[in-house]
Write a protein that binds this ligand. Structure first.
Ligand SMILES: NC(=O)C1=CN([C@@H]2O[C@H](COP(=O)(O)OP(=O)(O)OC[C@H]3O[C@@H](n4cnc5c(N)ncnc54)[C@H](O)[C@@H]3O)[C@@H](O)[C@H]2O)C=CC1
Ligand SMILES: O=C(CO)COP(=O)(O)O
Length: 298
């Protein structure tokens, strides 16, 4: 029996911001692994009984979470995570497809720092789904300060949202090394070309990379210390260990594991991804200055 209509699963930064936004028009519930002092906090059983679910847990945890917790009872799902599974190279839509039919799931993408959404500041986002009905149903829940667009290019939006996190790490490194504005603009624009090339291999549409899900989110994340991934890059540039940087961050930086996933997929399918490759090598201990030299030379 349904106990409510709409719930967010995951009460991290993004889950809480989406809960705030979706509560403007509709009674919206929220759940998490541990109890939180948030209005309309419910247990997982209550949340799973809702007809509409927004899932905002880190990409690397999704498969395990679905296997252990998820019971499909015709819910409609909106996935809010941005990443690629590092252990397998699987895209999130592939993981979810083992549990939820294609026409019942959508993926939200676009430039959206949780810290701004939770203040009610305006932005434009994309709901990507094979089913336009999913877009129509979820978009009704979004508040007036968020404009939503529809796209059927699920794989394109997913790759753009995940890849930009790796490029944000690269951009943070560029800033931390004081390489200047020209270098950063070069890196971001070549990064955009690189993620589009990677996406094309998997059937993504070029336009997705030029819109909100690609350029929009890349320009946001690769230019601001509000981005966790960018801050990881800043730390790496000053030769701090990844372990120390992540400990201090205390939140997820999806680009770290997504760099491993892209490396795996690029090698497997022979896709040219020079920036993501250097980010992966730096995360594994290569000197950022050596990476810069190699990027310029090759
Ligand atoms: N923070 C932001 O501005 C945005 C984040 N995202 C994406 O949303 C996803 C979540 O990010 P944040 O909420 O910001 O991260 P966060 O680090 O603030 O919170 C992650 C949440 O996931 C929960 N979690 C972790 N492992 C879990 C598991 N095994 N089972 C159940 N829950 C688990 C944690 O308890 C925590 O509440 C990421 O994929 C991120 O890239 C997307 C757009 C904006
Ligand atoms: O995806 C985001 C904004 O759209 C958040 O980026 P970070 O995870 O790097 O903070």
């Amino acid at each position: 029996m349904r106990k409510g209509k709409l719930a967010v699963i995951g009460a991290g930064k993004w889950g809480q911001a989406l809960h705030f936004a979706l509560s403007q028009k509709e009674e919206c519930y929220i759940t998490s692994r541990s109890k939180r002092d948030i209005k309309n906090f419910v247990d997982l059983e209550f949340a799973l009984s809702c007809e509409y679910l927004v899932i905002a847990i880190p990409a690397q945890e999704i498969r395990n979470w679905l296997e252990k917790n998820f019971v499909y009872s015709n819910q409609k799902i909106l996935v809010a995570s941005k990443g690629i599974e590092a252990s397998t190279g699987a895209f999130l839509n592939e993981i979810y497809s083992n549990f939820i039919p294609n026409n019942s799931i959508g993926f939200i993408s676009g430039p959206s720092f949780a810290a701004e959404v939770i203040q009610g500041l305006p932005c434009a986002l994309v709901i990507n789904s094979k089913s336009k009905k999913i877009y129509e149903e979820f978009s009704k829940f979004f508040p007036n300060f968020i404009k939503t667009y529809y796209s059927s290019d699920v794989v394109g939006a997913e790759i753009a949202g995940a890849y930009k996190n790796v490029l944000a790490i690269a951009s943070g490194i560029c800033e931390g090394l004081n390489l200047g504005n020209n270098a950063k603009a070069s890196l971001i624009s070549r990064g955009l070309v690189e993620m589009q090339r990677f996406g094309k291999y998997f059937g993504a549409k070029k336009m997705t990379f030029l819109g909100l899900s690609g350029a929009g989110d890349l320009f946001l994340t690769a230019n601001s210390t509000m981005s966790r991934n960018y801050r990881v890059g800043l730390g790496l540039a000053t030769n701090r260990s990844l372990e120390e940087i992540l400990k201090e961050l205390g939140e997820v930086a999806e680009g770290v594991q997504t760099a491993n996933a892209i490396d795996k997929l690029s090698k497997m399918y022979k896709i040219y991804t020079p920036i993501a490759k250097e980010v992966k090598l730096i995360l594994d201990g290569k000197s950022p200055k050596d990476s810069l030299n190699d990027l310029i030379k090759n």
